[in-house]
Every structure is written in C-alpha cells, then in structure tokens.
Design a protein around this ligand. Structure first.
Ligand code: TTP
Length: 641
C-alpha cells in the first residue's frame, strides 16, 4: 500500500540510476566480442528456447522483446546472440549479476546517501553535494561544461523559460535560475560524472533521472535510455504528470490503478488533479487518498534510505505445468537446494558485511487437484532463522508442512494418511529478512568454529545459538510461525501468529529447549556457544568441557588425526570429577593456546572477553607445540574453508 508522506523540501536533489539492459551488459563484459551486437540473456528451459529476461538495445531495434521465447527472438532477429543465465543447483544462478550490481553501487555511493533499490537500480540523495558545489563552484562560473552534462535532457521548460534558454548549456549556466533549479543543475553535473566513473571502472552504461524527489527521479530515469540522463525542473512537473498514463506510476499498475480508471475515469496522473483530497480519502481511505492527491502534484516525501546492501535474501524456483511438485520428497529435495543457496548467501553477508538475518520465510504457489476452490492461496509462513544449512533446511520443511496443512484445510483429513496426494506446488521460495548488524564477535566465533570443526554441521549448531530469536516462544512453548503479508512490512501481530502444530510439522522439544537457552546479555560465552547446555554457567570447568567438545584438536604430529588417548590413570581420574579432572580438561583446552589469534577474543563482547582470557592464560609447558602445524593454520584467513 502506498504511504502518504509530506514533501520534506522542494530543494532536495534526488537521482535514480538504472543500468541499461543490465544482464546483457554483464554478459558482454564477459564476452566482449558480443558488444554492439543484438544479444539477449535467456533463462533456459527446453520449451521454445527458454524465456528472454534481458534484451540489448541493438536487438530491440529488430523488435525483440523480453516477453519472447528464444525461438521467437530468432525469428524476428536471426543474427541474435542468446546467452544463457548461469545455472547452479538446477536453477538460475544470479550471483554474477548481483556482484556486478554491487560494483556499480560502490561507485555511485561516493557522493551521497545511496539506496540500492534492486539488482540494478539505485537512488541517491545528492542534496549536500549539490549545495557544496553551488556554493564553491557554481555551474555559471564553469569555463567548460562536460559533454556528458550537455547531453542531458531537461524536461519541458515552460514558455517563459524557453525564451530565456536556447539550449541545455544555457539551462545549466543561468545565473537567473531559481535556487532549487540551480541545485538540480549541480546534481545533474554530479550524476554525469558518476556515470562516467561507472563506465570507466566497470564498462557498464547506465541512465539516470534527476529531480526533487524519488518518484519524479524514477519516472525520469526511464525516459531516455540507454546511457542518458533526464532532469525534471520544478516548473515541468505539472506538464510531465498531465500526460503520464496512470498505469505507468509505481503502485498504480494493479487494482488501485484499475479502480481509478473504471470508477473515477482517471487515465493520466494529471486527471487526479480535479478531485479534492476529501473525495479521494473517502473512496480509498485517508492514507491512500492523501497519497493520490500528493502524487497528482508531484509531491512525495519518501527519503533515500542509506542502504547499499539488500534488505533480504531470497531463493526461489518455478515449476510450471507438468513440472509441478506433487510429493513431499520432491518438495524437500528442492527446498534443500534453495536453503543451501540461501545459507551460502547468509554466510557471505555475515563474513563481508557483519550482518545477520533473523526471519526465515517460506512462500509457495500451489493448487489442489480435486478442489474447485483453486483460488485459495498457499499461506506464507515464517519463523526465527537459525544459521546453518541443515537447520534452515529443517525449518523450511517444517514451515512448508505447516503451510500445506493450512492450505489443504478441510481436505487435511483425507490427505493426512497420504500427504503426497491431491496437491501440486508450482513455485517455491525461501527468504531471509530482518537483517541487522551482527553482535560483536559473531563473525569471529563462526570463523573460529568453521576453522576447527571437521564437520560443518556441528559448528552450525553452535552458531545457531548466537542469533537472538526474533520471535519469542508462544505461551504454549511451541515456536511461533506467522503468516506474512508478502507485500507489506513484516509486522507481526499476535492475531497473525499461528503455531506450527500440524502433524509432523510441530517443532520438537529440542527446538524449544534451544530457544529458552539463548544468550542473554551478561551471561557467559557458554550461552553463545552451547544452547543445549545451561546458558549462564559460572563454571570455567564447564567452559573448558564445552570448548573441548567444540574444538577437536586438528591433526598434527602430537595428535595424528584422532582424539587424545588417555592413559589408564587418566581414565581413572576421568571417572571421578575432581580438581585434577578439571585440570586435565583445561589442559586439553589450552593445548594450543599460544597459537590462538588474540583478535578473535578482542571481537567478543567485553563481558565474556575476561572469562575467555582466564581460560587462555598460557600454561607452562614442557613440550611446546611446533608452530605452523596446527590451529594457527586453521585461523589463517587464506585457509580455504
Ligand atoms: P530491468 O532494469 O527491468 O531491465 P534491463 O536493465 O534489462 O533493461 P532496461 O535498460 O530497459 O532497464 O531489469 C534489470 C535486470 O533484471 C535485467 O537485465 C534482467 C533482470 N530481470 C529478470 O530477470 N526478469 C524480469 O522479469 C525483469 C523485468 C528483469
């Protein structure tokens, strides 16, 4: 639902930058021989050569469109080069394009607040940079204006201005211009420069819109493509909106736009001007009514959010027609693949950006084969996200089972005996959201355990306890799942919360125990590392025991690949917990203490640093361990995990 926000100031300078035929450009950079040739990127499947998802401007001249199949594109443009999207785990692998988008964002973010709006679009708030330029180096004082600036399109100056301005150079350099237009001119000069930097550093072209708010900037960026920019002076807003078809406006492409057309006879955004705000509010509610009244006047107070990283991560796949999944085992297989990819992306987000996601959501599209009520939506379900591929897979399957129960509704009885009958899944996706900065030390702890654990699953187990749950246990003690409105914010009301308690999908007591033993500020590191143990132990002995379990000594000449073997006396001591026993365990924990990278400890929360340092005080040892042979190697960043 659109949100009505008053315009903060009409002297803001906002740019929307959109890459040109982005996937094609990424592929052309990989294969430079394709540059300048009609090219399209195809999401391959065997039906008619797969679907086109990006089309070069050269191919568009021949009438090739994104909606076409590969075979159709060949018919209208026989010389077209079709490049397939890379495939991993049986589905499109978009990492290449995501990373290319990140390269661009890092350049565009140099001049102001930057919001990554999609894989290839960015909003910039250049107000401060434009103000600085206007005060220090105003365009009217420039001896030469860059060619890229002069290629800008300045939207329809009104009659008075037209007399005054004969060409783009004059528009940029007018000393008589209004202050807000002078700021826009500075913004456009900055954007032209940024676009040149993007081209030089990445070989990609992009187009941009420069205006006083996000809505107008976005409208303008698509007006002149490829590799051009369009400026919307204040005086041209009314003219721009007067002829803009209502469906072209973001958020008016669907039901709301249909209603405006059929119920109010509104065809262009400008047509909305005739309706008083009360009438629009009465018909569409206070918020939407106010928003409609605002957009008719080019008013939009949305701010550029300072966010260059994605808000969520998602992996999905469609299973059209005969490919629909009809068995739990097939769903599980695909879910496992999707969760594996999601887990990898969460891991690299944590490593690179020190961020953790807190909510796991499952979405699907499905049908019931023997039900006339085929409109029923497959509910989306979410739960707190536990890190580690196996845990994400396990939770995603539980969410699916729970959603399937709800979806089947009254048919549940019939299908419970055979959950593999009577339904088909045509799309499946998992996403991770509510991404926040990781608590200090999280990444180090994870690296620490990943480095030392021979099997990733046990390290994942430990790490999963580090993530605070986003949803508390429900009063009954079972883990809550909530249905999410896919389009809206992930706000959870108690009414929305539904427990997973459907047959095999009920989360087990181990899950509950883990939830209740999460780290609470001030507890020991044990709370971070071992959710199934008492979370707030004050005993270093227990700490040593856990550390020992969590840190198998890596193979070395002192320990050739198997646990330390105890002597008979040691065995005796182990059978009776005693001070000696503690020391023995402590000895095992401190076995390679002098080789532990202190920076790992520095990153832990202060309240547990002291405790850990207590464990790590180097004991006097008769036989120092040979350096380079053991845990040090496991910590080295260059070590391949
Ligand atoms: P767009 O920005 O919509 O389009 P584009 O960059 O290919 O072309 P234009 O110059 O007209 O902006 O999409 C960006 C990329 O996202 C696009 O290159 C491919 C991908 N994409 C899909 O995979 N599926 C889709 O349905 C759309 C619209 C885009």
């Amino acid at each position: 639902m659109p949100v009505a926000r008053p315009e903060l100031s009409d002297a803001r300078v906002i740019a929307h930058v959109d890459m040109d035929c982005f996937y094609v450009q990424v592929e052309q950079r990989k294969q430079p021989e394709l540059r300048g040739l009609p090219t399209a990127v195809v999401q391959y499947n065997s039906w008619k050569g797969g679907g086109l998802i990006a089309v070069s401007y050269e191919a568009r001249k021949y009438g090739v469109k994104r909606s076409m199949r590969g075979d159709e594109a060949k018919e209208v443009c026989p010389q077209i080069h079709l490049v397939q999207v890379p495939v991993a785990r049986g589905k499109a692998d978009l990492n290449l394009y995501r990373n290319a988008g990140s390269e661009v964002v890092s350049i565009l973010a140099r001049k102001g607040r930057c919001e990554r709006a999609s894989i290839d679009e960015v909003y910039l708030d250049l107000t401060d940079a434009a103000k600085t330029m206007l005060s220090e180096n105003p365009p009217e004082m420039l001896e030469a204006v860059d060619d890229e600036v002069l290629k800008s399109h300045v939207l329809g100056p009104d009659e008075d201005e037209r007399k005054e301005v004969e060409n783009v150079r004059e528009w940029f350099c007018r000393s008589s211009a209004e202050h807000r237009d002078k700021l826009l001119a500075c913004g456009a000069i900055i954007v032209a420069d940024l676009r040149m930097q993007v081209l030089k550093e990445t070989q990609f072209t992009c187009s941009a819109g420069i205006a006083h708010n996000k809505m107008l900037a976005k409208l303008a960026s698509g007006m002149n493509k490829p590799a051009q920019q369009t400026v919307v002076p204040f005086s041209s807003v009314e003219g721009l909106l007067a002829s803009l078809p209502i469906k072209k406006m973001k958020q008016l492409g669907g039901k709301l736009g249909n209603s405006l057309q059929s119920d109010l006879g509104v065809n262009t955004v400008g047509d909305l001007l005739q309706f008083p705000v009360e009438k629009l509010q009465e018909r569409y509610g206070i918020n939407t009514g106010t928003w409609l009244w605002n957009i008719a006047r080019g008013i939009s107070g949305d701010e550029v959010e300072g966010r260059i990283l994605p808000k969520s991560h998602g992996c999905g796949k469609n299973f059209p027609g005969p490919q629909a999944l009809r068995k739990i085992t097939s769903v599980q297989r695909w879910l496992n693949d999707l969760c594996e990819e999601l887990s990898e992306r969460l891991q690299s987000d944590l490593d690179q950006n020190k961020r953790v996601a807190h909510t796991l959501t499952l979405h699907a599209r499905a049908y019931k084969s023997n039900d006339s009520d085929s409109q029923r939506k497959f509910p989306s379900k979410s739960c707190p996200l536990r890190y580690g591929t196996a845990k994400i897979q396990e939770d995603a399957l539980k969410l699916f089972n729970s959603a399937l129960c709800d979806f089947l509704g009254s048919h549940r009885g019939e299908t419970q005996g055979n959950p593999n009958s009577g339904w088909g899944v045509t799309a499946l996706s998992v996403s991770a959201s509510k991404i926040l900065a990781a608590p200090p030390g999280t990444a180090s702890i994870l690296r620490f355990f990943h480095s030392c654990e021979p099997s990733s699953s046990s390290s994942e187990q430990n790490f999963s306890e580090i993530i605070p749950d986003s949803v508390p246990l429900s009063p009954s003690g079972s883990l809550s799942c909530s249905e999410l409105n896919q389009a809206g914010p992930q706000k959870r009301s108690s009414a929305e919360e539904t427990q997973i308690n459907c047959g095999s999908s009920t989360l087990n007591r181990d899950d509950q125990k883990r939830k209740s033993s999460n780290y609470k500020g001030g507890c020991s590191i044990l709370g971070y590392l071992q959710g199934s143990k008492p979370s707030c132990s004050s005993s270093k002995y227990e700490g040593a025991e856990i550390a020992q379990e969590a840190l198998p000594v890596p193979p070395s000449e002192h320990n050739p690949g198997r646990p330390l073997k105890r002597s008979p006396e040691e065995e005796n001591r182990v059978s009776q917990p005693s001070l000696d026993h503690n020391l023995q365990r402590r000895e095992m924990w401190t076995y390679k203490v002098d080789e532990i990278d202190p920076s790992v400890i520095d990153e832990l929360p202060p309240e547990i640093q002291e405790e850990v340092r207590g464990w790590l005080r180097p004991p006097k040892r008769a036989n120092p361990v040979k350096r380079g042979s053991s845990i040090t190697n496991y910590y080295l960043p260059s070590r391949k995990m």
